[in-house]
Ligand binder design. Structure first.
Ligand SMILES: NC(=O)c1ccc[n+]([C@@H]2O[C@H](COP(=O)([O-])OP(=O)(O)OC[C@H]3O[C@@H](n4cnc5c(N)ncnc54)[C@H](O)[C@@H]3O)[C@@H](O)[C@H]2O)c1
Length: 426
């Protein structure tokens, strides 16, 4: 069996998640070098995967200054730090596993795609939902022709109040100029899924969305800047940090580790950190500027219409209703069900039986997607056998363009025709 070698750029949350696949699959992949500025993370990964000391770097610049060291470069740095390492890695002819978003601007997305094409390099963008057993089953069901022509799709991305407040109000994705527009950061997965599942190019886009709730206007009277500075609303506020980070879910456990920058912090340790950490701020008094709810309407081809609702006000989870000429499919990722109403028989049945119920949060590996992408990556690069989930960089750029067009539509209050929009991007 051919073993693929990897280098890792960015040994944070996502980088270390993908590497977990190596735990049971060391015959398929080997980590040979890494770049990560935080010493503890670098040392942890070095020890765990047996990387030579001289091939552990503080920054990707030094790693990518070396001659090509492996088959694949994994780029798992923050949104604004994908472009530079991606270009440098392509120059060295690495195939890439590139975290989403490809880059925060359309121009940079095009540049990466064009440069990859020029250099004959394959780039797999981490649209992990494509690689889940659930969405693979949805895709197969559609491909079998059960729905006929897809006329409408209603898709909801429930961000969930915990994830919303942690990542998009208090955390790394709260400000557009530091990361990306919310619709790109959170929903390039959804536009990718819709484009893939409907099976047509998006032709026009409309959108509305605002930051309405997580702002100063909604600050309860007397709330201090930091939750733990004696907030008088601590008992009834859903976002009171010490209580929120004690909720008994895998997602919260995952976020606790991010807040504390270490695994399994105790409640006492966490409380101490929350007194001064950005994650301990009053959600109504942060410096966030990304939207907290948005809707995107999309036309695919001539006659398929889809709507995507992204909202921070829910438990969290994705649901999709496909309305076809032969039947209606209700797909609920959270509950792992696919209910099909067949027009021919007038009956409804569940057409999906999961092997096991998988947690769809980041902590749960996105319902099997984090491991699924590694598995399909191996078959793609080592065996030249792309699964039907694999997408090329051009396809990923197209789904990103829907998000850029949605921002253009939302900010300009207009319908964006994709063909014209792409021309304006040169
Ligand atoms: N595919 C998905 O479903 C999914 C889910 C969450 C996040 N993401 C994306 O993954 C990316 C990483 O997110 P994360 O949560 O792992 O972030 P993170 O902050 O945990 O990890 C990024 C790492 O990059 C390191 N880094 C910073 N400068 C560096 C440099 N010069 N060289 C090498 N490493 C450097 C940081 O120290 C950090 O450890 C983001 O773009 C994010 O949007 C994708």
């Amino acid at each position: 069996m051919k073993k693929l070698s990897l280098i890792l750029i960015g040994g944070g949350d996502r980088g270390s998640s993908y590497l977990k696949y190596l735990d049971g699959n060391s015959d398929k992949f080997e980590l040979v070098a890494l770049a990560e500025p935080v010493k503890e993370k670098r040392e942890y990964l070095k020890e765990k995967y047996g990387v030579k000391e001289e091939l552990c770097f503080e920054s990707y610049d030094d790693l990518l200054a070396m001659p090509r060291l492996s088959d694949i470069a994994m780029i798992c740095t923050q949104d604004k730090m994908h472009f530079d390492p991606a270009i440098k890695a392509i120059e060295k002819k690495y195939d890439l596993l590139l975290e989403k978003p490809i880059a925060p601007t359309a121009k940079e997305c095009f540049e990466i795609a064009n440069y990859a094409k020029e250099n004959g390099v394959r780039v797999l963008v981490c649209h992990v939902l494509r690689y889940t057993p659930f969405y693979k089953a949805v895709k197969s069901f559609i491909e079998e022709g059960n729905l006929g022509e897809i006329m409408n799709v209603i898709h909801t991305e429930g961000v969930g109040i915990v994830h919303m407040s942690h990542s998009f109000v208090r955390g790394n994705w709260r400000k557009e100029d530091e990361s990306a527009p919310m619709i790109l950061a959170k929903c390039c997965h959804d536009t990718d899924l819709l484009q893939w599942l409907v099976g047509k190019h998006c032709t026009s886009v409309q959108s509305v969305g605002t930051l309405s709730y997580f702002c100063e206007d909604n600050k309860p009277e007397g709330a201090p800047l930091m939750c733990m500075d004696g907030c008088p609303h601590k008992d009834e506020c859903y976002y009171y940090a010490p209580a929120l980070y004690r909720l008994p879910t895998a997602e919260v456990e995952h976020f606790r580790a991010i807040v504390a920058n270490k695994f399994n912090p105790s409640d006492e340790e966490l409380d101490e950190i929350l007194k001064t950490s950005p994650y301990g701020r009053c959600v109504y008094q942060c410096d966030n500027d990304v939207v907290d709810h948005q809707i995107v309407n999309m036309q695919f081809g001539e006659e398929s219409f889809s709507s995507l609702t992204m909202s921070g006000f829910n438990k969290g989870g994705r649901t999709t209703v496909f309305m076809g000429t032969k039947g209606e499919l209700r797909a609920d990722m959270e509950n792992q069900t696919m209910e099909f109403y067949d027009f021919a028989t007038g009956t409804t049945k569940n057409v999906y039986s999961p092997d096991k119920v998988l947690d769809q949060t980041i902590a749960g590996g996105h319902g099997g997607g984090d491991m699924g992408i590694m598995e399909d990556l191996y078959d793609y690069i080592a065996l030249d056998k792309p699964s039907f989930s694999i997408s090329d960089i051009e396809t990923s750029v197209r789904s990103h363009l829907i998000c850029f067009a949605a921002e253009e539509a939302r900010k300009g209050g207009k319908t964006v025709i994709m063909e014209d929009f792409i021309k304006t991007l040169g």
